[in-house]
Design a protein around this ligand. Structure first.
Ligand SMILES: *[C@@H]1O[C@H](CO)[C@@H](O)[C@H](O)[C@H]1NC(C)=O
Ligand SMILES: *[C@@H]1O[C@H](CO)[C@@H](O)[C@H](O)[C@H]1NC(C)=O
Length: 448
């Protein structure tokens, strides 16, 4: 879908870049009647567009945009990805020949490695080459000290999702899960944007009887409802949130109880320790440092030792149980992991667990509507009786000066004051009970 003149969507999903909204444009050059690059640069300089994405590293374009005040995103074409994935020096050669000569005069802010690489129907493209090429290029940037200025990313097609509706239930396609997981990790580690090519047009074209045109046209349609309560008046928003709401599930993790002679850590004791901790962690509703409030579903690998598995001895000894149902070692799958509550252990998503641990807080949902959240804040600090001095100027929770952050503080105080019943953290659907302490720095969230 290398369509000339479509707006690229730069989704700062992961990473620590400041959020900004910019209007960029894709500058495709598959035409024999297009103006020369210098003319294009001049044309764009007279517009509000300040970012241009191209589909290759055409030196005339890179030259034309020098000292233009316009940021450029250049690309490695799909059929060059394998070459760059082969060795770091291949990536170095590409970078020195294609990009280095033009900086700093040309402001190159990102390199898009491939385009919809994982969704092309070109069988000659090896999916594993993508992340390797990205890593090789990133290393080149690191060694030249350019990694902060130039980000490495790869634009995806919406086809990387198994389903994109409802947005809150979207997941990556199962076959792409391992690849997407390493890409998302890479982007997060390097502070690079997750890019997606989102075209309501194609969704409409392919389903004109079910998709309302106004909905596809960024109009103000009557709206499509997500079961989580979000209302989408246009499809682009829904497509963006489909990507945003991707949540990571650890689809396999475990530890073997036995291995070959060189696998000394493969022992029943270590397996018991790891899997006990893994299960406790899965039960704890704990996120990760970057997403502390996002609970992660974890699938323990595996239920059984599988004696016909290929590979080293450990491959056949990841199980908690032998084939006959006897335990390989003692891992308690019952309530001992439940920190004193009455709940059944369940594997992964869908397991119904009621957490009543000793520490629970209430915060605003990250995507809750700002007007609702503002209303909740006003209520808590007014009739709700919460002492909101901490969120006012000079208070410990004033920064970040964001309505969601202030409301979270007030909602939690209200929830704690009223006995921590789940209905005291509803707030018209904008509240969320969390099991990790939202306190930071001087901002202390109260708890009972
Ligand atoms: C990669 O491309 C360069 C330049 O086109 C070429 O010299 C090199 O042999 C290629 N390497 C591989 C592994 O294909
Ligand atoms: C969209 O429609 C709603 C309800 O009809 C209206 O309140 C709102 O102002 C409209 N928004 C725009 C941007 O037209």
């Amino acid at each position: 879908m290398a369509v000339f003149c479509t707006l690229p969507l730069l989704l700062h999903l992961v990473g620590l870049l400041p959020t900004f909204s910019a209007v960029g444009i894709n500058y495709g050059t598959l035409g024999n009647n297009l103006p020369p690059p210098k003319t294009v640069a001049q044309l764009l300089q007279s517009t509000l567009i300040d970012k241009v994405k191209i589909y290759d590293s055409n030196p005339q374009i890179l030259q034309a945009f020098s000292n233009s005040g316009i940021d450029l995103i250049v690309a490695v074409e799909n059929n060059h990805v394998a070459n760059l994935s082969s060795t770091k020096s291949a990536a170095e050669d590409w970078f020195s020949a294609r990009v280095a000569p033009f900086i700093p005069a040309t402001s190159i802010v990102a390199i898009a490695v491939g385009n919809e690489y994982l969704a092309t129907d070109d069988d000659s493209l090896d999916p594993n080459a993508l992340i390797q090429a990205m890593q090789n290029l990133h290393e080149v940037l690191l060694s030249s000290g350019l990694d902060r200025k130039i980000k490495i990313t790869t634009p995806h097609s919406m086809a990387v999702l198994a389903t994109s509706f409802p947005p809150s239930a979207s997941t990556f396609a199962t076959t792409l899960m391992p690849t997407m997981t390493s890409i998302v990790t890479f982007l997060a580690d390097t502070g690079s944007p997750f890019m997606v090519n989102a075209y309501p047009y194609f969704a409409y074209r392919d389903n004109p009887t079910t998709v309302e045109l106004e909905y596809a046209l960024l109009g103000n349609s009557t709206g499509v409802h997500d079961p989580k309560g979000y209302v989408y008046t246009n499809m682009l928003d829904a497509q963006i949130d489909a990507i945003r709401s991707i949540h990571i599930t650890v689809s396999e993790s475990g530890w073997p109880s036995k291995g070959d002679s060189d696998e000394t850590a493969a022992s029943p004791d270590n397996a018991k320790t790891y899997n006990t901790r893994l299960i406790t962690r899965a039960q704890s509703n704990k996120g990760t440092p970057m997403k502390p409030n996002d609970k992660i579903d974890i699938f323990v690998f595996a239920l059984f030792n599988e004696n016909k598995k290929q590979g080293g001895a450990s491959e056949r000894n990841f199980g908690l149980f032998n084939g006959d149902g006897s335990k390989v070692y003692d891992v308690d799958l019952s309530c001992e992991f439940c920190s004193g509550s009455k709940m059944e252990f369940g594997f992964g998503p869908g397991s119904k667990t009621i957490q009543r641990g000793p520490s629970v807080w209430c915060v605003a949902k990250p995507h809750a509507d700002e007007r609702v959240v503002q209303g909740v804040l006003d209520f808590c600090c007014g009739p709700g009786g919460v002492d909101c001095r901490e969120v006012y100027k000079n208070g410990g929770c004033f920064m970040p000066d964001k309505v969601h952050a202030h409301a979270s503080y007030a909602m939690n105080a209200y929830y704690q004051m009223h006995g921590r019943n789940y209905w005291n953290c509803d707030f018209k659907g904008s509240g969320l009970v969390t099991f990790s302490d939202p306190s930071y720095g001087a901002c202390k969230y109260s708890q009972q």
